[in-house]
Design a protein around this ligand. Structure first.
Ligand code: ACO
Length: 456
């Protein structure tokens, strides 16, 4: 598909990539970021080894006669020697969604949460010589139009800067932080729950960790990490799947990539792996890339391990949620220094009814009318959301709205990482009556905070 975008940028032409474009794509995106690609370009271990080139876009400028480009025209050569000046691509992932707050019998809490297919937008770059001339705008329009044509309901991305993507309909939907614990303040409090309820076989299981922690080199346990991550992400709203070819090609960042790492692997009392922490130790700082667990006892055991390693002055846990349990597990609850609190996954909804009916909802049965403006795609739609037992129907309507909002704000609400009342108080969402904020909060809240730690 090739798209001319005269409205946004008369001199930009965008085209879909093919498998033959890998070198061109990799070279161009590195130039945009001021970086140098490692060679050879097609070997495993590079982040771009997971690129899906049937989903990429290259932007070219053209020297064809055009209309004046206005103030953004800085007199750059129109035709960059035929070479591309901009890139973007998207991966195919599954995104785990909030489930119903009161699950129906066939979707009990032990069962996986709903998931939805998403386009993970990546490698967005424009050459420094061609910025602020509408190249990104042209690529975003091509990409969102193409994803719509493919029937994809949602796009997600990690934004290099928070000021770029709102105009294209993306809203920040999950957040992440980093926790640093000094070695001398690392004591964990004894869990209190078992002192409050009569012991049962199950509670004895969680009270005392009967499992083991083993240190494994990353190169020898990829299959185990892949399996554990997949189990974890199906129960964590906001988490993305990591397709098998990422692990096979060692794409992305540690612990998927080839970067050397040790893995603290936890096994339960039967010897079954139920969690891992990927880490490095350098100059007294033990840095944990990620701790992935499927049980509470594995999480606690791995906290004991990573906080008590010899030859450390501090432990740093990267990419943890704001409500991470470690902060309350520490005896000294002020010991956790929380830094790098920032947005992580941004959500762009392309198919509102499908997006809203796939996720689960709060226990309040309700009717909520959402009046949604999508300025970038020139759309204005109104939706009647009817929730019952944690599930929803979503139909077009001309009823009076409860809320009027921008598509970017619906993206921020989608995973329930931000409440409607927060965006109402911020002045971004308009409530049409005094009860609208409380009603919307109750409908969106499922009590399952989202978190995403996958880098792409
Ligand atoms: C998912 C990811 O890959 S995130 C990575 C994003 N890429 C980077 O950070 C690499 C370095 N930066 C770049 O390559 C470019 O500056 C880009 C891609 C961010 C922007 O590309 P451009 O072609 O310059 O954007 P374009 O000209 O279409 O600008 C569209 C609008 O966004 C605004 N804009 C673009 N970049 C920025 C920015 N970094 N900060 C604030 N506003 C921006 C422009 O001012 C313009 O606003 P307007 O519509 O009000 O006039």
């Amino acid at each position: 598909m090739a798209t001319r975008t005269p409205r946004d940028s008369p001199r930009v032409r965008t085209r879909a990539t093919t498998g033959d474009d890998l070198d061109l794509f990799v070279t161009t995106v590195h130039q945009a970021f001021g970086a140098f690609p490692e060679t050879p370009a097609d070997s495993p271990g590079r982040w771009w080894s997971a690129l899906e080139l049937d989903r990429g876009i290259l932007a070219h400028t053209t020297s064809e006669p055009t209309e004046p480009t206005g103030p953004a025209d800085h007199g750059e050569p129109a035709d960059h020697g035929g070479r591309p000046v901009g890139t973007t691509a998207s991966y195919t992932f599954d995104l785990t969604l909030p489930g119903p707050q009161h699950p129906t019998p066939d979707t009990g809490p032990e069962n996986p949460l709903p998931t939805i297919s998403v386009a993970g937008v990546t490698s967005v770059g424009v050459l420094p010589t061609h910025r602020r001339q509408g190249v990104l705008t042209a690529m975003m329009r091509h990409q969102l139009t193409d994803l719509r044509e493919r029937g994809e309901p949602l796009a997600v991305l990690l934004a290099s800067e928070a000021t770029i993507y709102g105009r294209f309909g993306y809203g920040p939907a999950t957040h992440t932080t980093q926790i640093t614990v000094p070695r001398h303040r690392n004591a964990l409090a004894a869990p209190r729950a078992h002192t409050l309820v009569p012991p049962t076989p199950e509670s004895r299981e969680t009270k005392a960790d009967n499992g083991t922690v083993e240190i494994v080199h990353r190169d020898t346990c990829g299959d185990i990490l892949e399996t554990l991550y997949d189990q974890y992400r199906r129960h964590q709203p906001g988490a993305l799947s990591r397709p098998h070819h990422w692990w096979a090609r060692r794409a992305g960042r540690p612990p998927i990539s080839c970067a050397p790492r040790y893995i603290a692997l936890h096994r339960d009392h039967t010897g079954t792996p139920d969690g891992y922490a990927s880490y490095t130790l350098d100059q007294g700082t033990l840095t944990v890339d990620e701790t992935i667990t499927t049980t509470t006892s594995a999480l606690t055991a791995l906290h004991h391990f990573t906080l008590n390693h010899d030859l450390t002055q501090q432990t740093v846990l990267k990419h943890v949620p704001r409500n991470h349990p470690l902060r309350t597990q520490l005896s000294d609850t002020r010991a956790a220094q929380v830094t790098n609190d920032t947005d992580w996954l941004w959500v762009r909804i392309l198919d509102i009814p499908r997006a809203l009916t796939t996720r689960g909802w709060g226990s309040t049965d309700a009717d909520l009318v959402l009046d949604v403006h999508d300025p970038f795609l020139h759309e204005h739609t109104r939706h009647h959301l009817h929730t019952h037992n944690g599930h929803a129907t979503c139909e077009p309507t001309d009823r009076d709205p409860d809320l009027t909002l921008d598509i970017r704000d619906l993206g921020s609400l989608y995973l329930s990482g931000t409440t409607p009342s927060t965006l109402i108080h911020a002045g971004h969402i308009h409530p049409h009556h005094p009860e609208a904020a409380a009603l919307a909060d109750a409908v969106f809240d499922t009590g399952q905070p989202p978190h995403c730690l996958h880098w792409f």
